[in-house]
Design a protein around this ligand. Structure first.
Ligand code: NAD
Ligand code: MG
Length: 382
């Protein structure tokens, strides 16, 4: 029986991961989350982990009281979360934390030589070489959970060497504002931006899908995971979210992975790789889909894609800088403090001030994080 651990178990990916774990009969060695003590209590009673941690200290104390009749040990703070990540009986750990907060836990899992099923793309984008070299040093695998990267990973199975890959083609749903002009976007509301056509996800990534910063993060994620140049990653808008991404080989043959838009397929594949099993997801019926459509992305209106492409081309701390600027701007938009189109403007203006360095440490990443968040707030006068 497989044993898994989940970082971010109360979120969208976290709860779907528990659903997969239940159906596959996996043991759960630990769970962590931000502050949702009530849901964490339910998860502890159902999955009996050895350890659980909440970031919020007061909520962790409340949780400790709620589950004092169980044998689960309750930890708190980022330290408690990293302690779960580093010292557990898990064969594989899912990182489903949102944002740069996932970076230290990602490094802790890899440092312990554990395989990492990675949904938390921000840690790979910002941590870059730090994350990849930690995996290599400790012989730990990083298995993609993001649906596009899971698709690419699946399309690459059986390929003898990377040399034959000409291009990676990332599909994008286009989000709720597909086809809109810059003028239309001036006045869009948080509620409209949170209304994603195909996927039900956490709030931060849903806004990133509306700005298409999410596709920019995924471009960087693809460069890191599959060792390709940024110019080898194409993006195509595919409204139906059935084709999850594609690989073009040197002979111009293109392999795609298809399925209904349900994260439990990529989550399960990351956990069972290289094997496959029955999943709770419905069969794809192509005749029912009827038409699948593809469009070039409008990168002039959705400028976040190019901001990310430029950041990965510059390298060093730039990807971390644009990621942190976006995290702050995304949160400010959700809080009603700035308008939608200020998100790309603030990211561009804040990252222009970055003094880049090619090689960096984790402290440099968190120092650029603080700097970018302050700059974004100062520029927005918030
Ligand atoms: P979510 O907001 O639904 O859940 C986030 C989880 O992280 C929760 O358990 C929350 O308690 C915890 N958390 C939040 N802040 C934290 C902090 N500072 N420290 C520790 N824990 C914290 O988010 P989600 O939609 O599940 O996304 C999680 C990650 O997966 C993101 O990186 C996202 O980009 C990626 N992802 C999500 C989807 C999806 O369908 N939801 C698809 C692809 C990739
Ligand atoms: Mg994705």
């Amino acid at each position: 029986m497989k044993t898994i651990g989940i970082l971010g178990s109360t979120g969208s990916i976290g709860t779907q991961s528990l659903d997969v774990a239940k159906k596959r009969g996996y043991r759960v060695s630990f769970l962590t989350a931000g502050s949702n003590a009530a849901l964490m209590e339910q998860q502890i009673r159902e999955f009996h982990p050895e350890k659980a941690a909440l970031l919020n200290e007061a909520k962790a104390r409340e949780l400790k009281m709620r589950v004092s009749d169980t044998s689960t040990r309750i930890l708190s703070g980022e330290e408690g979360i990293c302690e779960c990540a580093a010292n557990s009986g898990a064969d594989i750990v899912i990182n489903a934390i949102v944002g740069l907060a996932g970076l230290r836990p990602t490094l802790a899992v890899l440092n312990a030589g554990k395989n990492l099923a990675l949904a938390n793309k921000e840690s790979l984008v910002a941590g870059g070489e730090l994350v990849l070299s930690e995996a290599e040093k400790h012989h730990a695998k990083i298995l993609p959970v993001d649906s596009e990267h899971s698709a690419i990973f699946q399309c690459l199975q059986g390929k003898p060497s990377n040399a034959a890959v000409k291009k990676i083609i990332l599909t994008a749903s286009g989000g709720p504002f597909f086809g809109k002009t810059e003028k239309d976007l001036e006045k869009v509301t948080v509620k409209q931006a949170l209304n994603h056509p195909n996927w039900s996800m956490g709030a931060k990534i849903t806004i990133d899908s509306a700005t298409m910063f999410n596709k920019g993060l995924e471009l960087i994620e693809a460069v890191r995971l599959f060792h390709v140049r940024p110019s080898q990653v194409d993006i195509v808008v595919h409204r139906e979210s059935i084709v999850h991404s594609l690989v073009m080989y040197d002979d111009n043959s293109v392999i795609a992975q298809l399925g209904l838009p349900d994260m439990r397929i990529p989550i399960q594949y990351a956990l069972t790789y290289p094997e496959r099993y029955e999943s709770p997801v419905e069969e794809l019926d192509l005749a029912k889909c009827g038409t699948l459509t593809f469009f070039a992305p409008d990168e002039k209106t959705f400028r976040c894609i190019d901001l990310c492409r430029q950041a990965v081309e510059k390298g060093g701390l730039y990807p971390a800088a644009v990621n942190s600027a976006n995290e702050e701007a995304n949160a400010m938009f959700r809080a009603g403090q700035i308008r939608f189109l200020e998100i790309p403007r603030l990211i561009e203006a804040a990252s222009a001030a970055v003094h880049n360095q090619e090689h960096f440490t984790i402290d440099d990443v968190f120092s650029i994080d603080r700097q970018m968040r302050e700059t974004v707030r100062a520029l927005a006068k918030v």
